[in-house]
Design a protein. Structure first.
Length: 213
Protein backbone atom coordinates (compact mmCIF):
# COMPACT_ATOMS: atom_id res chain seq x y z
CA UNK A 1 0.00 0.00 0.00
CA UNK A 2 1.47 3.34 -1.09
CA UNK A 3 1.87 6.30 1.25
CA UNK A 4 1.70 9.75 -0.35
CA UNK A 5 2.93 12.94 1.32
CA UNK A 6 0.98 15.99 0.16
CA UNK A 7 3.00 19.16 0.78
CA UNK A 8 0.72 22.17 0.83
CA UNK A 9 -2.26 20.01 1.71
CA UNK A 10 -4.47 23.01 2.49
CA UNK A 11 -4.08 24.37 -1.05
CA UNK A 12 -6.83 24.49 -3.65
CA UNK A 13 -5.59 21.66 -5.87
CA UNK A 14 -4.96 19.55 -2.78
CA UNK A 15 -8.56 20.10 -1.69
CA UNK A 16 -9.65 18.15 -4.79
CA UNK A 17 -6.73 15.72 -4.78
CA UNK A 18 -7.28 14.41 -1.25
CA UNK A 19 -10.88 13.18 -1.76
CA UNK A 20 -9.98 11.83 -5.20
CA UNK A 21 -7.18 9.73 -3.72
CA UNK A 22 -9.40 8.52 -0.89
CA UNK A 23 -12.12 7.50 -3.36
CA UNK A 24 -10.02 6.04 -6.18
CA UNK A 25 -7.09 4.42 -4.36
CA UNK A 26 -6.18 2.63 -1.14
CA UNK A 27 -3.23 4.96 -0.51
CA UNK A 28 -2.45 6.36 2.90
CA UNK A 29 -2.06 10.14 2.96
CA UNK A 30 0.17 12.42 5.00
CA UNK A 31 -1.23 15.94 4.84
CA UNK A 32 1.43 18.58 5.48
CA UNK A 33 0.62 22.29 5.84
CA UNK A 34 1.08 25.30 8.07
CA UNK A 35 -1.62 25.41 10.75
CA UNK A 36 -2.78 22.12 9.28
CA UNK A 37 -5.04 21.13 12.16
CA UNK A 38 -7.09 24.29 11.71
CA UNK A 39 -7.20 24.19 7.91
CA UNK A 40 -7.70 20.52 6.99
CA UNK A 41 -10.70 18.38 7.85
CA UNK A 42 -9.92 14.68 8.04
CA UNK A 43 -12.64 12.41 6.67
CA UNK A 44 -10.85 9.04 7.00
CA UNK A 45 -8.65 8.96 10.13
CA UNK A 46 -7.47 5.44 9.29
CA UNK A 47 -5.78 6.74 6.12
CA UNK A 48 -5.09 10.44 6.74
CA UNK A 49 -2.39 11.86 9.00
CA UNK A 50 -2.12 15.61 9.54
CA UNK A 51 1.34 17.15 9.95
CA UNK A 52 1.66 20.78 11.01
CA UNK A 53 4.79 22.39 9.58
CA UNK A 54 6.32 24.56 6.90
CA UNK A 55 8.91 23.77 4.25
CA UNK A 56 11.74 25.47 6.14
CA UNK A 57 11.17 23.27 9.20
CA UNK A 58 13.77 20.68 8.27
CA UNK A 59 13.21 18.38 11.25
CA UNK A 60 9.45 18.14 10.71
CA UNK A 61 9.96 17.70 6.97
CA UNK A 62 12.40 14.84 7.56
CA UNK A 63 10.01 13.14 9.98
CA UNK A 64 7.16 13.54 7.50
CA UNK A 65 9.15 11.65 4.83
CA UNK A 66 9.41 8.51 6.96
CA UNK A 67 7.69 5.60 5.21
CA UNK A 68 6.63 7.73 2.23
CA UNK A 69 6.57 6.38 -1.33
CA UNK A 70 5.70 9.56 -3.24
CA UNK A 71 5.55 13.31 -2.66
CA UNK A 72 3.23 15.88 -4.23
CA UNK A 73 4.22 19.55 -3.85
CA UNK A 74 1.34 21.96 -4.37
CA UNK A 75 3.48 25.08 -4.90
CA UNK A 76 7.00 25.53 -6.34
CA UNK A 77 7.54 29.24 -5.77
CA UNK A 78 10.24 29.26 -3.09
CA UNK A 79 13.77 28.09 -3.96
CA UNK A 80 14.93 27.30 -0.42
CA UNK A 81 11.77 25.29 0.27
CA UNK A 82 12.28 23.15 -2.82
CA UNK A 83 15.92 22.54 -1.88
CA UNK A 84 14.83 21.48 1.62
CA UNK A 85 12.25 19.09 0.20
CA UNK A 86 14.75 17.46 -2.16
CA UNK A 87 17.24 17.07 0.70
CA UNK A 88 14.60 15.48 2.93
CA UNK A 89 13.55 13.11 0.15
CA UNK A 90 17.16 12.10 -0.48
CA UNK A 91 17.82 11.56 3.23
CA UNK A 92 14.80 9.27 3.49
CA UNK A 93 15.28 7.50 0.13
CA UNK A 94 11.97 8.78 -1.27
CA UNK A 95 12.14 8.82 -5.06
CA UNK A 96 8.83 9.88 -6.65
CA UNK A 97 8.13 13.62 -6.81
CA UNK A 98 5.21 15.41 -8.46
CA UNK A 99 5.35 19.20 -8.47
CA UNK A 100 2.79 21.79 -9.58
CA UNK A 101 4.37 24.76 -11.33
CA UNK A 102 3.36 27.31 -13.97
CA UNK A 103 3.33 27.46 -17.74
CA UNK A 104 6.04 29.52 -19.40
CA UNK A 105 9.10 28.22 -17.53
CA UNK A 106 10.44 26.58 -20.71
CA UNK A 107 9.55 29.40 -23.12
CA UNK A 108 6.93 27.04 -24.49
CA UNK A 109 3.91 29.37 -24.61
CA UNK A 110 3.78 30.98 -28.03
CA UNK A 111 1.81 33.70 -29.82
CA UNK A 112 -0.61 36.18 -28.31
CA UNK A 113 -1.31 33.97 -25.30
CA UNK A 114 2.40 33.65 -24.59
CA UNK A 115 2.79 37.43 -24.60
CA UNK A 116 -0.24 37.88 -22.35
CA UNK A 117 0.93 35.15 -19.98
CA UNK A 118 4.39 36.69 -19.62
CA UNK A 119 2.91 40.13 -18.98
CA UNK A 120 0.75 38.69 -16.20
CA UNK A 121 3.17 36.38 -14.36
CA UNK A 122 6.72 37.18 -15.47
CA UNK A 123 8.07 37.35 -11.90
CA UNK A 124 6.39 34.04 -11.07
CA UNK A 125 7.95 32.41 -14.12
CA UNK A 126 11.42 33.63 -13.15
CA UNK A 127 11.16 32.13 -9.66
CA UNK A 128 9.83 28.83 -10.91
CA UNK A 129 12.51 28.42 -13.57
CA UNK A 130 14.96 28.23 -10.67
CA UNK A 131 12.93 25.73 -8.63
CA UNK A 132 12.31 23.53 -11.67
CA UNK A 133 16.07 23.43 -12.29
CA UNK A 134 16.65 22.09 -8.76
CA UNK A 135 14.21 19.24 -9.43
CA UNK A 136 15.59 18.47 -12.89
CA UNK A 137 19.15 18.38 -11.56
CA UNK A 138 18.18 15.96 -8.78
CA UNK A 139 18.11 12.17 -9.05
CA UNK A 140 14.41 12.07 -8.18
CA UNK A 141 11.84 10.31 -10.33
CA UNK A 142 10.06 13.59 -10.92
CA UNK A 143 7.02 14.78 -12.85
CA UNK A 144 6.72 18.54 -13.20
CA UNK A 145 3.27 19.85 -14.12
CA UNK A 146 3.38 23.15 -16.02
CA UNK A 147 -0.19 24.19 -15.40
CA UNK A 148 -2.36 26.43 -17.56
CA UNK A 149 -4.44 29.11 -15.82
CA UNK A 150 -6.52 27.44 -13.14
CA UNK A 151 -10.23 27.57 -12.40
CA UNK A 152 -12.81 25.37 -10.71
CA UNK A 153 -15.61 23.44 -12.39
CA UNK A 154 -17.11 20.36 -10.80
CA UNK A 155 -17.23 17.39 -13.13
CA UNK A 156 -14.69 18.78 -15.59
CA UNK A 157 -11.61 16.57 -15.37
CA UNK A 158 -10.54 16.98 -18.99
CA UNK A 159 -6.87 17.58 -19.66
CA UNK A 160 -4.27 17.13 -22.36
CA UNK A 161 -0.50 16.95 -21.99
CA UNK A 162 2.43 18.35 -23.95
CA UNK A 163 6.09 17.42 -23.58
CA UNK A 164 8.95 19.83 -23.04
CA UNK A 165 9.74 20.03 -26.76
CA UNK A 166 6.15 20.86 -27.75
CA UNK A 167 4.30 24.20 -27.79
CA UNK A 168 1.87 24.61 -24.91
CA UNK A 169 -1.62 23.44 -25.88
CA UNK A 170 -4.20 25.76 -24.29
CA UNK A 171 -4.96 28.59 -21.92
CA UNK A 172 -6.77 27.06 -18.94
CA UNK A 173 -7.48 23.89 -16.96
CA UNK A 174 -9.60 23.02 -13.94
CA UNK A 175 -8.12 22.18 -10.57
CA UNK A 176 -10.34 19.10 -10.66
CA UNK A 177 -8.58 17.95 -13.85
CA UNK A 178 -5.16 18.55 -12.33
CA UNK A 179 -6.14 16.51 -9.28
CA UNK A 180 -7.26 13.63 -11.51
CA UNK A 181 -3.99 13.77 -13.45
CA UNK A 182 -2.03 13.50 -10.20
CA UNK A 183 -4.11 10.47 -9.19
CA UNK A 184 -3.37 8.91 -12.57
CA UNK A 185 0.37 9.56 -12.22
CA UNK A 186 0.46 8.09 -8.72
CA UNK A 187 -1.37 4.96 -9.91
CA UNK A 188 0.77 4.48 -13.02
CA UNK A 189 3.34 1.70 -12.93
CA UNK A 190 4.70 2.07 -16.47
CA UNK A 191 7.04 4.98 -15.62
CA UNK A 192 5.72 6.92 -18.60
CA UNK A 193 5.57 10.05 -16.44
CA UNK A 194 9.05 9.56 -14.96
CA UNK A 195 11.50 12.49 -15.26
CA UNK A 196 9.05 14.44 -17.39
CA UNK A 197 8.05 18.08 -17.50
CA UNK A 198 4.48 18.15 -18.78
CA UNK A 199 2.34 21.02 -19.98
CA UNK A 200 -1.22 20.59 -18.70
CA UNK A 201 -4.22 22.27 -20.29
CA UNK A 202 -7.88 21.71 -21.03
CA UNK A 203 -8.53 20.56 -24.62
CA UNK A 204 -9.91 23.09 -27.11
CA UNK A 205 -8.84 26.18 -25.14
CA UNK A 206 -6.16 27.48 -27.49
CA UNK A 207 -7.18 31.14 -27.22
CA UNK A 208 -5.45 34.49 -26.71
CA UNK A 209 -6.18 34.30 -22.97
CA UNK A 210 -8.31 32.23 -20.56
CA UNK A 211 -12.09 32.49 -20.84
CA UNK A 212 -12.35 34.04 -17.37
CA UNK A 213 -10.19 37.06 -18.29
Amino acid sequence: MKTVLILGAAGQISSYLIPALLQQTDFNLKLYARNANNRIKVTDPSRETIIDGDFNDKDTLNQAMDGVDAVYLNEMRDLDSVKNIVAAMDANHVRQFIGATVLGIEDEVKGAFGQWNTSMIESSITKRIKTAKVIKNSDLTYTLLRLAWLYNKDGNTNYELTDSDQPFGGTQVTRQAVAQLIVNILQDESRKYARKSLGVNEPNTNWDKPSFY
